[in-house]
Write a protein that binds this ligand. Structure first.
Ligand SMILES: [Zn+2]
Length: 69
């Protein structure tokens, strides 16, 4: 009986991990993929990948120069 419970828990754990992975990848491949989205610099307007931007006060900048200038 204990083995059954352990097995069930293991199955659930594996299922849970896969389900989470699946939901993560599906959400990142949909339209809201902030990591790869191109957004304009708040200062100079240059489009840069979201993950490359510097953020201050909710605005995104292409470089430190734009962030501080
Ligand atoms: Zn800029």
């Amino acid at each position: 009986m204990l083995k059954m419970l352990l097995f069930a828990a293991l199955l659930f754990g594996v299922y849970y991990i896969f389900f989470r992975k699946e939901s993560l990848t599906s959400s990142s491949s949909s339209d809201n993929a902030p990591e790869d989205a191109m957004i304009p610099c708040a200062k100079c307007g240059t489009y840069v990948q979201f993950k490359e931007t510097l953020t201050r006060d909710g605005k995104h900048y292409c470089s430190r120069e734009c962030l501080e200038g």
